[in-house]
Design a protein around this ligand. Sequence first.
Ligand code: MIC
Ligand code: SF4
Length: 647
Amino acid sequence: MGKSLAYKIIENNLLRGEVVPGQEVAVRVNQTLTQDSTGTMVYLQLLAMDPKEIKTDLSVAYIDHNMLQAGFENADDHEFIKSVAARYGIVYSKPGGGICHQVQLERFAKPGAILIGSDSHTPTCGGLGSLAIGAGGLDVAVGMAKGLYFLTVPKVCKVNLIGKPAPFLNGKDIILKVLQARSVKGGIGFILEYGGEALKYLSVTDRATICNMGAELGATTSIFPSDENTLVYLTKQNRAQDYTPMSADEDAMYDETLTIDLSRVYPMVAKPHSPDNVVEVSEVVGIKVDQVAIGSCTNSSYSDMMKVASILKGKQVHPDVSLVISPGSANILRLLSENGALTTMINAGARILESGCGPCIGMGQAPKSGAVSLRSFNRNFKGRSGTADAQVYLASPETCAYSAITGVISDPSKLTEDLSVIEPITYGTIESYFVYPDPLKLHCDAIMGPNIHPFPLAKKVEGPLTKTVLLKVPNNITTDDIVPSHARLLPYRSNIPYLAKHCFTTVTESFHDDAKRMDGGFIVAGENYGQGSSREHAALVPLYLGVRAVIAKNFARIHRANLINTGILPLSFKNPLDYDAIDQDDVLVLDDVARSIQEDRAIQIKNTTKNTVFEVSFNGSDREKEVLLGGGYLNYVMALDLGDKHD
Ligand code: MIC
Ligand code: SF4
């Protein structure tokens, strides 16, 4: 029986286990990437393991998130990451070089390779056929130190693309259409594998946009086969030698199929405050916009920027709109400056930002109070822009650029300009933002400025546990809710006590004080708890505040792994209706918890406030049980015997 592309890549890199959905396997990690806001933790953990050398073919440490240097903190983080990169032979991408996913796509990603990144949008490189997976920081540190990654084998959904897309259509419209069909929970437990007769119409960068926002569906990753379009892209990046044609077998079996007719997809927009709150742009045309932001790892490619320039050519940004543009990499910025597109943007009145995440993670450009901000980004969670009451809409760069001129949300299918982009024969490269490993610096010391603090250590799961429900939250709580991120907080990603003061502040102001007063406790949650970012701070901060278990209807994949890695129990209701019968401040007793986990039994929970009993389960692999019972992943991994399959 034929195999999907995703399963072929897993099998090619299999170290342990069987490729059966729901089973945990260990795979060889070919490449890793980190970015700076998760990177400080990753590299503190790598230092704790202190391997002689890294085991990947290539690891890259990007600086792209914490670019504002309002104080010494971010610069300290950059220096720390740079020094650890030198110590272990990791490529360092300096601030200004570009957004990790865009640069990885341009310079390093390879068809068929397994890439693990400490950022939830790592799947972007699925656009050229890598199996690229977002993971918690410790998983990425282990990927570098031990060359392996543990993965619960997902099911595979084939997304069958048919029909010819209209010229105004962007990969963004296609993935928003998928989000509309499947919701932010719709990809959980799946890899989305794209195929079908319409593949030929999609460039690698459109494919990358689609894979990028697969993260918003909760999918483990998304992947496209590598074909002629991939070869064209790699050739233009001067690395045709990295091309390998890879695809699913003709008779591949899939667990599900979703067909999308691209000839019937129109410009789409996600309304506040969730990426799946999607409608056609035509339904919201005319809403006044205050800010337009174009860029991010979703839509900052050369062709996206060129389409924006075509729309802005000879026009002026509306007087009531602030337009900010951040090209995805220094190389794209260079190309735009050489071919005059940058001049076009400046003439139109755009504010040009350096190549980085910028406003996407609230690193500057917070909109005014109550503003409507239209963004070509991937997340519009409440408050993420840095302005609590801003209304953030997500759309394609074409929709954004057109709306920036008109001052209201506008439908790019009405544009008369020719938006086709003539790509250069070669994109060329810039080496100046990379610091490559230097044999003389291997084993050098890490430079730890005062902003670098140690991380809290996981606790062993022991019972019985008697604690209070500190907080009860609804479905789809994001890691942005658990540990908010914006210009005022991002500089403290290596200062867990500081971040703890802001834990859950989008939900309640009192979580930190309640947790301290009650010496920790439990969190009760609905579905898809911990969706969004990969930040393991959303587990480390609750760990620091004494949270011992999260009892939820179900969990987002990366966050669940982060909870286990830090020794916090992710427990699922046996009967989801029991969620309704618990309130904040109830006291719960978890009996015999360690033994129940060991023996795969349901865990009995007594609600002593309500005088009721209900059951939860852990549902984890043997390894995950060992990690929890042994005091976290770092302990586990330090004692790991790699066996003879791993060289
Ligand atoms: C995001 O887009 O939410 C981030 C910021 O890139 C995060 C990583 C982080 O929190 O540092 C992500 O997507 O994983
Ligand atoms: Fe950066 Fe935004 Fe992409 Fe996250 S989603 S990596 S913050 S550009």
